[in-house]
Design a protein. Structure first.
Length: 375
């Protein structure tokens, strides 16, 4: 059982918190690669089960450690093969009642794996460590599609780059091509790759989830499709966050950084565009109802905005006209919008950029009903 080998498992010396995370990531990666192929495949299969439970927020998770595993000895760079005790191979996390009590299985899995990593048995500790690593890797690499190589620029005063920079190297669009060929993967008759997305969409990481162009025009058939695209992007980011929650050192993974950068900029960009589009719909609805005198019993609004910290759509509720028999006058909307702008400008619960775009929406509302404004 004392099979030994010289395999480098240790990373270079850390330099601060980032360096420590990179060292831990590289050490876990090296330990995984040191395992025999059959052990690697076994761990990956178990990791897929854990990842599914983690993402789907089930009530229970079952997984099994391999029967043997290669671990690092006390002598630097030297490893040996060790048996995992049979009584500790099968693991069960969570209970059926946990769902009723609101317990989070993700937290329970993370805590359980960390506990097992501190087990006195070296083989059990290494198995738990590798299971956590492989699960996080599967979330990032196996559960999420890879996108295009993109570059975003940040608007002045903002921290998150959200504006796609045109590289001039994008493939021709099958929608605007002169031929009839449409292929996501393959070559057109001229030898150039044709993709079924408009140019505005192809500037983003995953064009299939782009619902608005850079001027805010809807690129899909209906607004519910745009909302579904945003939900897909939010789920993408939530899985990335879950992977880092389970194994914080995954921030050192290059593919994680690529996917996070590509999807974060796209999500914020499209979320803001959706909020603006919905605000315009609210303005049109108010005008339409006012034209038929259907707003003479009060008016309250819930203005949509995208929170770039929580990465989700939210609404800002406020009263325009109190309930009662009060005739609708556009000036009421102007006054209410101005009052809310003053409040939002001082609301430090929102990030500066979130406030900026919410203020823009309120300004849109004000200008749409300002009779003194020149059009």
């Amino acid at each position: 059982m004392a099979k030994t080998a010289n395999i480098k498992l240790s990373a270079s010396s850390p330099a601060g918190p980032v360096g420590q995370l990179r060292q831990e990531y590289e050490a876990q990666q090296a330990l995984f690669e040191a395992q025999p192929p059959l052990v690697q495949r076994f761990i990956e299969a178990q990791a897929r089960q854990i990842a599914d439970c983690f993402v789907q927020k089930l009530s229970q998770a079952r997984f099994t450690f391999p029967d043997r595993i290669i671990v690092e000895t006390s002598r630097r760079g030297e490893t040996k093969l060790m048996l995992v005790p049979a009584e500790q191979r099968e693991q069960l996390v969570g209970r059926i009642l946990d769902r009723l009590t609101g317990s989070d299985l993700r937290v329970a899995i993370r805590i359980r794996l960390i506990e097992l990593e501190n087990n006195n048995n070296t083989a059990v500790a290494a198995s738990a460590s590798l299971m956590r690593f492989a699960t996080a890797v599967h979330m990032i690499q196996g559960m999420l599609p890879s996108g295009r190589s993109v570059s975003y620029t940040a608007i002045e005063g903002e921290e998150i780059p959200t504006i796609p920079a045109a590289s001039g190297m994008e493939p021709d669009s099958a929608i605007t091509a002169t031929t009839d060929a449409i292929a996501e993967e393959g070559q057109g008759e001229s030898g150039a790759l044709l993709v079924p997305f408009v140019p505005a969409a192809r500037r983003f990481y995953l064009p299939q989830w782009v619902a608005f162009d850079d001027e805010g025009h809807l690129l899909v058939g209906a607004i519910n499709e745009a909302e579904a695209h945003l939900a897909s992007m939010q789920r993408f980011l939530s899985i990335l966050h879950a992977a880092v929650f389970l194994a914080p050192y995954m921030v050192a993974d290059e593919l994680y950084q690529q996917k996070r950068y590509g999807m974060l900029g796209q999500t914020v960009n499209q979320g803001r565009a959706l909020a603006r589009y919905l605000t315009e719909e609210i303005i049109n609805t108010i005008k339409r109802r006012a034209a038929v005198q259907d707003l003479n019993r009060g008016l309250s609004l819930s203005l949509p905005y995208f929170d770039d910290q929580d990465l989700e759509m939210k609404t800002y509720p406020f009263e325009v006209i109190p309930s009662g028999r009060i005739m609708f006058v556009p000036a009421f909307v102007v006054r209410a919008s101005r009052e809310e702008q003053a409040k939002v400008a001082q609301d430090t619960r929102l990030s500066l950029s979130t406030r900026k775009y919410l203020l823009r929406s309120l300004k849109m509302l004000e200008e749409a009903f300002d009779a003194g404004r020149k059009t």
